[in-house]
Design a binder for this molecule. Structure first.
Ligand SMILES: Nc1ncnc2c1ncn2[C@@H]1O[C@H](COP(=O)(O)OP(=O)(O)O)[C@@H](O)[C@H]1O
Ligand SMILES: Cc1ncc(COP(=O)(O)O)c(N)n1
Ligand SMILES: [Mg+2]
Length: 472
């Protein structure tokens, strides 16, 4: 199961030591003040009592749409239909836990070295708990993990990492720039007199920790020398999101705001070579794929993404530029559908691209929904049909496994929309890398694109570029 990184931000692990009778009340207070994930940890409770209290906690988390994880006990997790299980090094093997809970439940594993992290990832963990980070009262014998080791782990594995062990309001910010997506805490909330205030404080600090971390985002796309679309728009967008942008170039275009005057593809081997260089050194947390004009390049990217276990892949199925030029070779459409789109967490077709992917005409917002439905018959990820080219307002439709969500915006009177699609998909990748879930990522990105169009930068003789550096 894909655990949303946002859920790991402030992960509470229970301990009845300080308030055995009132644990449910304390947990409820914490859930209401900023806890994003809950784990019940009971080392020596009778099976029936454990199941009973787990069910009660499950109810509290369900009401608040927060994942509920059971420590160690796979059987209880299945019985109370928890979101997942967390196991330690001394518990059952990771592969066995995975077999018992199935593919749909989250599996967390405690590790303290890069070696253990790689092993747990290979055996099927969805996230890692790394610790103990500081001397703790919960686990007396723990030997603290060095910050450098934590950083090495987050940079090596592709699954998200949460730090655990002795983390409190005084030391949490020491984890700055280690790459974690959150902290798991026990006493810094449950041992406090004022649970609500302690939770708010920790939530604020973990928010700073998680969202100030510079995430790495890769664009695999074509170059636009005039700077408004393609690689150039992507890197500017990532920089505007405080992300570290990297680029694998699939081809050069000769274009400007008036049109595309030539394309020269990079060889597929060289695309693969660039991808290897990036992934082996600075692993991106999210990847945006844009112009991929040939079948060979599509195959190389698809193989590279699989080999390097790329996460948060956003595919912008670029087929035609805003100025109307074809950017995808004839015959490459099938490869795009069969090789690349299946690897994407979200695809972002504009109206024309959605028409081609759904094989139907789109003239209204209802048609957008129908097209997304048709695409969902062969693609299981999230589909964002962009409404920039519709005559109605410029609203985008997110179709997520049968549910529809609209991201509304009035149509801005501005002919300068060169690179809007590139910018939007890069903004989504940046937000996913920062740990936001898909809906929040799209909401934030829609706000960003609207601001960048509204700024009315007016450059060039044709459809000009946006201002990626607009001041909000
Ligand atoms: N005139 C406009 N006013 C407001 N938003 C727009 C306008 N044109 C495009 N957008 C937005 O820009 C984003 C890119 O959409 P679109 O232009 O349809 O894609 P593409 O650039 O791939 O053709 C979408 O969020 C869309 O709603
Ligand atoms: C190299 C390159 N890649 C993509 C686009 C699409 O532009 P838009 O974002 O306007 O759809 C483009 N014009 N050039
Ligand atoms: Mg586009």
């Amino acid at each position: 199961m894909n655990i949303f990184r946002e859920h790991l931000k402030l992960y509470l692990v229970t301990d009845r030591r300080w308030n055995s009778e009132g644990i449910l009340e304390d947990v409820k207070t914490a859930l209401d003040h900023g806890v994003t994930c809950l784990q019940i940890r009971e080392k020596d409770m009778e099976h029936d009592d454990f199941l009973k209290i787990s069910r009660e906690m499950k109810k509290l988390t369900d009401e608040r749409k927060i994942p509920f994880i059971i420590n160690d006990d796979v059987e209880i997790a299945v019985k109370c239909d928890a979101a997942g299980v967390h196991i330690g090094q001394g518990d059952m093997p990771v592969t066995e836990a995975r077999k018992k809970i199935g593919q749909d439940r989250i599996l967390g594993v405690s590790v303290s070295t890069v070696e253990e992290a790689l092993k747990a990832e290979a055996e099927g963990a969805d996230y890692l708990g790394v610790g103990a980070m500081f001397i703790t009262s919960t686990k007396g014998d723990a030997n603290p993990v060095k910050l450098q080791e934590l950083k090495a782990i987050t940079e090596t594995v592709s699954i998200p990492v949460v730090a655990i062990g002795g983390i409190d309001e005084s030391n949490i910010l020491k984890l700055d720039r280690t790459g974690v997506y959150g902290v798991a805490v026990v006493s810094s909330i449950l041992a406090k007199g004022d649970i609500a205030a302690a939770t708010v404080d920790m939530a604020e600090k973990s928010d700073i920790l998680v969202h100030d971390t510079v995430r790495k985002v890769l664009t695999i796309a074509g170059s636009d020398p005039s700077g408004g679309a393609g690689i150039q728009a992507d890197l500017k967008t990532m920089a505007a999101h405080n992300c570290f942008g990297m680029s694998v170039i699939t081809g050069l275009t000769a274009q400007n705001t008036t049109g595309v005057y030539g394309i020269e593809n990079v060889s597929e081997d060289f695309v693969a070579n660039q991808m290897d260089c990036v992934f082996k050194d600075i692993r991106p947390e999210a990847v945006k794929v844009g112009m991929v004009s040939s079948v060979g390049i599509i195959n190389a990217i698809s193989e590279g993404l699989k080999a390097h276990k790329a996460t948060h892949v956003v595919v912008d199925p670029v087929m035609v530029s805003t100025s109307g030029s074809r950017l995808l070779e004839d015959g490459a459409m099938l490869a795009l559908k069969e090789k690349l789109i299946p690897l994407a967490e979200v695809i972002t077709p504009n109206i024309f691209e959605a028409e081609l992917l759904a094989d139907m005409k789109i003239e209204t917002k209802d048609d957008m929904v129908m097209a997304a439905e048709k695409i969902s018959s062969w693609y299981g990820g999230h589909i964002l049909v962009k409404g920039g080219h519709l005559h109605e307002e410029a609203s985008d439709l997110l179709y997520s496994r049968g549910e529809t969500f609209w991201y509304k915006s009035e149509r801005i009177e501005n002919p300068n929309t060169h690179g809007t699609g590139c910018t939007l998909s890069s903004a989504i990748a940046s937000n996913l890398a920062k740990g936001y879930d898909i809906r929040k990522s799209i909401e934030n990105s829609k706000g960003f694109i609207t601001g960048a169009i509204k700024d009315k930068l007016n450059l060039g003789k044709g459809r000009g570029p946006l201002n990626h550096q607009f001041k909000s």
